[in-house]
Design a protein around this ligand. Structure first.
Ligand code: FES
Length: 421
């Protein structure tokens, strides 16, 4: 494995611009390079036909290797630019271009030219090979290393539950907006307002309103929220009263609805597993991930740029059921109920607001947007300085990122400890 200092993001200068003022124009529109990204579900790749996926503005062709592994190869044929993803897998562990029949193996080498025959002089010649992207399949999801440098350990970029016996239920939607817009949507105070009629919010009760937000805590690969300042632990008054007497919410019928569903919601919350390390607690993580202890599971939203204004949003729902029956039950619940509640009912409300958001307009941030500012600085630092560029941020209490205790960043962990004592 290449030492961290030898991995760069492919930028010549490595000079990190000044991180003050509005730095949005410095954020890469096609996402951060040199990270592992989810590409597609393993079962979507057949044995006879390749498939295409676009990641970070690049078209990639995926096919099965000789051992059944998923191979990712550039989707532009080095001969004359036809799409390998429109070709065929005539021979095990290869893909053939649909135009002149160049056949590529899983190392990217051109091993046959079907239109010219065995005497073709081009096979194996320099320039006839195609680029291969490193891949790894975890819990049925194929991850692709999107970079020019040596791949980093995948454990740095993919949540911890992909490496143990947790149940991870995986869904996806596509949003027609930039990845940064999609991700920043999870960093602010909109939930109580945009989602006030979402089934999951009405079912579980409102998160307390507050004007200050939490201090972000840097945990090495992004930010967690300080649970000591979390609104999840507080109760909101029935309504807020503004100086001129106006109230919000205007009615209280949603509270009755919540009261009705409380037993169900509390039962569901008991299934939320605590994260195992602060590095993977709730918050925002590189290269485009939001995690939270939400509703029914330890939930991740991973925003993957397809193009400048197109984002594939992956959902990882982490649960730790005991035994096979519980695993099956949770799978059934996800397919029958939770998937619709979270990925459609809830997320479509975000989409309605985001798609027409003018991300290029001047903005006036409020007290609950502290993490937005730090997140942008982190992204710009990594974009210009490379994935191993140090990020200068002083945590509350001066905690080093690797010393942040779980008790500081996870409500579920605190609840589990309280139950044990
Ligand atoms: Fe692919 Fe000719 S363009 S073989």
């Amino acid at each position: 494995m290449t030492p961290p200092q030898e991995r760069t993001n492919g930028l010549e200068s490595g000079v990190i611009p000044k991180l003050s003022g509005d730095i949005r124009p410095l954020i890469p529109k096609l996402g951060l390079r040199n990270y592992w990204y989810p590409a597609l579900k393993d079962r979507a790749v057949g044995r006879r036909k390749p498939v295409q996926v676009s990641l970070l503005g690049e078209d990639i062709c995926l096919f099965r290797g000789a051992a059944g592994n998923v191979v990712a190869i550039q989707d532009v044929c080095p001969h004359r630019g036809a799409r390998l993803s429109q070709g065929d897998c005539h021979y095990r562990g290869t893909v053939a271009c649909p135009y002149h029949g160049w056949v590529f193996d899983e190392s990217g080498k051109n091993t046959m030219v079907l239109s010219e025959g065995p005497l073709s002089g081009v096979c194996g010649k320099p320039g006839s090979e195609a680029r291969i992207y490193p891949t790894r399949t975890l819990k049925g999801l194929v991850f692709v290393w999107m970079g020019d440098a040596e791949p980093a350990p995948i454990e740095e970029d993919v949540p911890e539950e992909f490496f143990d016996d947790a149940l991870v239920l995986i869904g996806q939607v596509v949003w027609h907006c930039n990845w940064e817009v999609a991700l920043e949507n999870s960093m602010d105070s909109h939930v109580n307002y945009v989602h006030r009629n979402a089934l999951v919010v009405a079912r579980s009760g409102f998160i307390a309103r507050g004007a200050q937000g939490e201090h972000p805590i840097f945990v090495g690969n992004g930010f967690a929220g300080d649970v000591g300042e979390s609104n999840y632990l507080r109760k909101s008054p029935k309504y807020d009263v503004y100086p001129d007497g106006r109230r919000w919410p205007k009615t209280n019928y949603r509270r009755y609805w919540t009261w009705l569903f409380r037993p169900l919601a509390e039962r569901a919350r008991r299934h939320i597993p605590s994260p195992r390390t602060a590095r993977w607690a709730g918050g925002h993580r590189l290269p485009g991930m939001f995690r939270t202890e939400f509703s029914w599971d330890l939930y991740t939203r991973m925003c993957v740029p397809i193009g400048e204004n197109l984002t594939r949003v992956w959902y990882y729902h982490c649960l730790r059921p005991k035994g096979t029956l519980q695993r099956l039950w949770q799978r059934f619940l996800y397919g029958a109920v939770h998937r619709w509640i979270i990925e459609y009912n809830f997320s479509r409300q975000d989409e309605r607001v985001m798609l027409d958001q003018r991300y290029d307009a001047p903005e006036k941030l409020s007290g609950t947007d502290a993490e937005v500012i730090q997140w942008r600085r982190l992204v710009v630092t990594k974009h210009f300085g490379g994935r191993d560029a140090p990020y200068e941020y002083r945590n509350p209490d001066g905690l080093a990122p690797e010393q942040v205790p779980l008790s500081r960043v996870s409500v579920r962990y605190l609840q589990e400890q309280a139950r044990k004592s």
